[in-house]
Design a protein around this ligand. Structure first.
Ligand code: TXA
Ligand code: MG
Length: 355
C-alpha cells in the first residue's frame, strides 16, 4: 500500500498542485480505494458512482452491507451533483449547508440516480458531507467525482485518526493512504435528518456539531434519534446498531464527581493488581495503585474537547502497550459530551459505572 505524504508545514499549501495528491486522485478516479484525512477521522474513499469500487469498500472493511456510506464533496455548491434532479432543499437544509459546510456535519438528502446503489442500500436518502480539511477538499476536487467514504478502520475497531492506524487495519487491501498527520477533531461528523417540511430535525449520530448549536442556528426542535436516548426502536442510522470503536482491552467508564471516580478507580485497580490497567481522566483524578499507562488533557485543555480528539488514538495506543483494561472518566451527556459518551458506551460495550 502506498503512502502519499502531504507536507503540512509547506508554506505554499497549494494542495491541487501536489504530485502525490494528484496520483492519489487518479487512483480514486480509476476505481481504486484511497484512504484520506478529514478533520474528523481518516476516510476510506471510493468513486461514489462506481458500484464495483463501492462494493470493495464494504469487502475490505468487513462492513455489513446494510450500513450506508457518506458521500463527500469538495465544495458546498456541489450538492446538486449527488441529490435527486430538481430537488429543492427546505429552508432548514439550506441553512445547515450554509452554516455548517464545510465541516463535520452530514446531512441526509434524496439521492441522485447516478450514485452507486450500494452506497445507500435500500434507502431513498444519502448522507452528504463537505469535509473542512483542505487536503480532503483538494483530493475530491482533483478526482472530479463525489467520494463515498466510511471511516478507514476495519469494522468494529476504533476509527483511525492517523495514517498509521489505516495501515495497521487495512494494509495491502487498498491502493494507499494520503498522510496529512493527525485529525484535529477526532470524533466523527454529526449525522442529521431534517423533516421534509423543515419544521424539525433529528440527530441520527451525535458528533462534533452539537444539538445545542443546531437548535440555536435552525430555530426548530432538534431531537436525538429515540434509540440514542435509551428508548425502544432500532436506530435510523443503520451503523449505530453495531458494536463499534472497541480496542482489544476491555473499557470501563466511570461517571461521577472527581472524588467518587477517583475512589472507584482506586478501588478497582487495587482489586485487580495483576491486570495492566490504563487510565483516561483529568489530571485531578489520580487513582491509587499501579497504573500501567495514563492519558490526561494538557494543563490548559478542556477535558471533553481533549477526550474527543484523543479517544480513538489513545485506545489504539493502549493496545500497543498491551494494557488489558482501560478505565475512563465519563462526561456529562450534553454538548460535545453527547458524542463522546456515545462513543465511550460503544467502546465499553455498555460497561458504564455510575459512582
Ligand atoms: O466524520 C465522518 O463522518 C467520517 C469521515 C470519514 O467523513 N465518516 C464516517 O463514516 O464516520 P462511517 O461510515 O464510519 O459512519 C457513517 C454513519 C453510519 O452510522 C451510517 O449508518 C450513517 O452514518 N449513515 C450514512 N448514510 C446514511 C443514510 N443514508 N441514512 C441513515 N444513516 C446513514
Ligand atoms: Mg465508522
Amino acid at each position: 500500500m502506498k503512502i502519499w505524504p502531504m507536507n503540512t508545514y509547506s508554506k505554499l499549501q497549494d494542495w491541487d498542485s501536489s504530485l502525490p495528491l494528484q496520483e492519489a486522485a487518479a487512483a480514486l478516479r480509476s476505481g481504486e480505494l484511497v484512504a484520506f484525512p478529514t478533520e474528523t477521522v481518516y476516510g476510506l474513499g471510493a468513486d461514489a458512482r462506481n458500484e464495483q469500487a463501492v462494493r470493495q469498500v464494504f469487502a475490505v472493511k468487513g462492513r455489513p452491507v446494510d450500513n450506508p456510506l457518506i458521500v463527500h464533496l469538495a465544495s458546498p455548491a456541489d450538492w446538486r451533483d449527488v441529490t435527486a434532479p430538481g430537488y429543492q432543499p427546505n429552508a432548514a437544509e439550506l441553512q445547515v449547508m450554509s452554516v455548517f459546510w464545510p465541516g463535520p456535519l452530514t446531512l441526509l438528502l434524496p439521492v441522485h440516480p447516478d450514485i452507486a446503489p450500494s452506497v445507500h442500500p435500500g434507502l431513498a436518502r444519502i448522507g452528504v458531507r463537505v469535509p473542512a480539511h483542505p487536503v480532503a477538499q483538494a483530493l475530491i476536487r482533483l478526482a472530479g467525482c463525489p467520494v463515498a467514504a466510511p471511516s478507514a478502520n476495519r469494522s468494529g475497531r476504533p476509527s483511525p485518526t492517523r495514517a498509521s492506524d489505516v495501515v495497521a487495519d487495512l494494509a495491502d487491501a487498498v491502493a494507499g493512504v494520503v498522510d496529512a498527520g493527525p485529525c484535529p477533531v477526532g470524533v466523527e461528523s454529526t449525522v442529521l435528518a431534517i423533516h421534509p417540511a423543515g419544521t424539525q430535525a433529528t440527530i441520527l449520530r451525535p458528533g462534533w456539531v452539537t444539538a445545542e448549536e443546531l437548535t440555536a442556528v435552525l430555530g426548530i426542535p432538534v431531537h436525538l434519534d429515540a434509540s440514542l436516548t435509551g428508548q425502544a426502536g432500532s436506530p435510523q442510522a443503520p451503523g449505530m446498531k453495531y458494536r463499534h470503536y472497541a480496542p482489544e482491552a476491555a473499557v470501563y467508564v466511570f461517571t461521577g464527581t472527581v472524588e467518587t471516580v477517583c475512589a472507584a478507580m482506586s478501588d478497582w485497580i487495587l482489586r485487580h493488581p495483576s491486570l495492566p490497567t490504563a487510565v483516561m481522566a483529568p489530571a485531578s483524578v489520580q487513582p491509587q495503585g499501579s497504573v500501567w499507562a495514563r492519558w490526561q488533557p494538557g494543563p490548559e485543555e478542556n477535558y471533553v474537547l481533549a477526550l474527543a480528539r484523543d479517544l480513538y488514538t489513545q485506545l489504539r495506543e493502549f493496545d500497543h502497550l498491551q494494557a488489558q483494561r482501560v478505565l475512563v472518566m465519563g462526561v456529562a451527556a450534553q454538548g460535545l459530551g453527547t458524542a463522546v459518551m456515545n462513543r465511550l458506551e460503544k467502546a465499553a460495550s455498555g460497561r458504564i459505572i455510575l459512582v
